[in-house]
Design a protein around this ligand. Structure first.
Ligand SMILES: [Fe+2]
Ligand SMILES: [Fe+2]
Length: 636
């Protein structure tokens, strides 16, 4: 049975949230569990002491004639400071610390509850409305691990350095989310990380505002996800925006900006920290991009580029054992990559997925007629339809196992077990229904003829499912202009949509519309004609003369088309055998016997008049098929 990736359900979401909420609670108050870290008068402090930013009422004067002022303070005492009772700041620091030590159950419980709410809301949102890949347990685990690491980094900066808290470079998490998922995910994650980090300083409002602004601006300005170096520029720009936000917030809260006094503190300056924290976030994002992508379950571009090497052992094996399937995969790769690029999906991942999606066919290539020589007898001729269906569907399970055993990243393996989704192998199901069976035999139900995979869960895998059918049908279409291709593609898209195969993919109708146009123009360019060489034209004329003399009276065009009809018939047959709904052919759809040979297919098709069906004229159109881009030569 096919093992698929585990999705996050309600109970697993609750457990995950509880686990990480407990972890965040421990990290948040880590130093409070160690009595030796408690500050005392006359002894150098083992850790940096911080009193969070806040307003205090200050009384001056005596008796009834006192004055009250409302002042904002932030205290930072370096490690090793010898605390004196006579120093107001030292007294405030010791008082603040004593309020938190030892950590009471009520405080710990409250922190846990808040973290749990945050984690569960985030997890539930991601599962229900987030990026499709975030529905997987693996991806959400990666997200929470990164949040935990951001919290550890923030904690370390706060207790080990005297740098302002605005240096905490957690916007890097948002940048990684842009690369691994999308900007919407990055925004949400940025807010979540900002809240958790600011909770270390009693939800410091200024820190929360700065971190939120920085993460969101960085996500927005990181325009090209394929250019990781842009992270640095985006980080720097977000730092500038955060510095402006900091000054504005300070004026609102404290009444005055105090810019000059602040800037004179150099590394202790909050304004410089806001800007510098943004730059450090960008640098950290760039430097740790690959490990972060790995944590999020994303495959790095370097690894993907390695996988496109057609000299890789798995691809070489496929090219030698199943050459027809390999050429189909290569043709798909071009189409799928173009489609993914135009809607902003990961085009390189889609290309790699196309290369590997049918790898399972290399184990029993003879069951897929694109690997049989023209006229070669199909093994399905002698097999019951249920056995044929099993043999066809096996390529999904076998391919998945082969890739996992070879250590191929799971996002690439996902293409294998989703490219047919849970579709029906219509051809053999129809054949099974029409065949005669003994009365006492228990009939098989439709589920025996359904692929054992999963529906596509990302735009990339959904594009591959569509392109798998589009590439096959493009070899069988007669009308090779843009309108013809568009009609064929719309038919396939509607077929997948109505079968519910795209329900979980995240593809929108707008995406499908753009994809249809791009696919049609790509196919049109692939099939555009060339002017024939004089020798070819002479040969055609000679053939035409021969026909006339023989009394055939047929136009050279028809003759040429039928001469080449056998090869395409195989292509169409492969589609039918592979259970592609685009396998058009009336035979597949109507459950007529499969095109066991080229001749039989041609004869069958000659009797059909279904021009509106994509691929109804398969034989002639597919004559040009079989390469990475069928180079059809039109008659001029
Ligand atoms: Fe397949
Ligand atoms: Fe395929």
């Amino acid at each position: 049975m096919l093992r698929t990736r585990v999705r996050l359900g309600l109970s697993s979401g609750l457990i995950l949230s509880a686990l990480f909420a407990a972890l965040f609670t421990v990290i948040g108050g880590a130093e409070l569990f160690v009595p030796e870290f408690a500050p005392t008068y006359g002894v150098p402090t083992p850790l940096v002491l911080r009193v969070p930013y806040g307003a205090r009422i200050v009384r001056s004067g005596s008796g009834e004639l006192f004055d009250v002022t409302f002042q904002h303070h932030r205290i930072i005492l370096p490690r090793g400071s010898v605390l004196q009772p006579g120093v107001e700041q030292h007294r405030a620091a010791i008082k603040y610390d004593s309020l938190r030590r030892p950590p009471s159950l009520a405080r710990l419980g409250s922190a846990f509850v808040l973290y749990f709410f945050g984690c569960f809301i985030l997890s539930n949102y991601f599962s229900r409305f987030g990026h499709p890949r975030l529905r997987l347990l693996r991806s959400q685990l990666g997200v929470f691990v990164l949040m935990g690491l951001a919290l550890v980094l923030a904690k370390a900066l706060l207790v080990l350095t005297v740098l302002p808290a605005f240096w905490i470079p957690v916007s890097a998490v948002a940048l990684w989310a842009v690369v691994g998922f999308d900007r919407r995910t990055a925004f949400l994650l940025d807010v979540a990380v900002a809240l958790i980090v600011s909770s270390l300083l009693r939800f410091d409002l200024l820190l929360l505002a700065v971190l939120t602004t920085r993460g969101m601006v960085a996500s927005l300005l990181f325009l090209n996800r394929k250019q990781p170096r842009q992270m640095v520029l985006a980080g720097l720009a977000s730092g500038v925006a955060a510095a402006v936000a900091y000054v504005a917030m300070t004026v609102l809260l404290a009444g005055q900006p105090g810019i000059v006094a602040d800037l004179s503190l150099a590394f202790g300056s909050n304004i410089i920290a806001c800007a510098g924290g943004g730059l450090v976030s960008g640098l950290l994002g760039l430097a740790m991009r690959e490990p972060a992508e790995l944590a999020l379950g994303h495959v790095s571009r370097g690894r993907l580029l390695d996988l496109t090497d057609i000299e890789a052992p798995l691809l070489r094996e496929m090219a030698s054992k199943a050459p027809g399937s390999w050429e189909h995969s290569r043709a798909m790769a071009n189409l799928a990559e173009a489609g993914a690029a135009v809607i902003g999906a990961d085009s390189l991942l889609t290309r790699v997925g196309a290369y590997y999606h049918d790898l399972g066919k290399s184990v029993q290539p003879e069951y897929f007629t694109e690997n049989n020589a023209p006229g070669e007898k199909s093994p399905h001729d002698d097999l019951p339809p249920e056995v044929s269906a099993d043999a066809i569907m096996a390529h999904v399970v076998v391919g998945t196992r082969m890739l996992r055993e070879a250590g191929i990243p799971e996002p690439v393996v996902e293409f294998v077990y989703t490219h047919h989704g849970t579709q029906l192998v219509k051809f053999f199901w129809n054949k099974y229904q029409k065949q005669e069976r003994p009365e006492d035999e228990e009939p098989l139900d439709e589920s025996h003829f359904r692929y054992p995979g999963m529906k596509p869960m990302s735009r990339e895998t959904a594009i591959l499912m569509l392109v798998d059918a589009i590439e096959a049908a493009s070899r069988t279409i007669e009308k090779t202009d843009r309108a013809g291709f568009e009609e064929m593609i719309r038919h396939i898209v509607f077929d997948k949509l109505s079968a519910g195969q795209l329900d979980e993919s995240g593809l929108t109708l707008a995406d499908l519309k753009v994809l249809t146009g791009r696919m049609a123009s790509t196919l049109e360019n692939m099939y555009h004609g060339r002017v024939k060489y004089p020798s070819q034209r002479d040969k055609e004329k000679a053939q035409a003369r021969e026909q006339e003399q023989a009394g055939g009276g047929r136009e050279p065009k028809d003759e040429a088309s039928e001469d080449t009809a056998e090869a395409p018939a195989d292509a169409a047959e492969a589609d039918a055998a592979d259970g592609e709904p685009s396998a058009p052919e009336g035979e597949a759809a109507d459950g007529e016997p499969p095109p066991a040979s080229g001749e039989a297919t041609i004869e069958a098709r000659k009797t059909e008049e279904q021009p509106s069906e994509p691929g109804a004229d398969a034989p002639r159109a597919a004559a040009a098929g079989g390469g990475t881009g069928p180079a059809r030569t039109q008659k001029r």
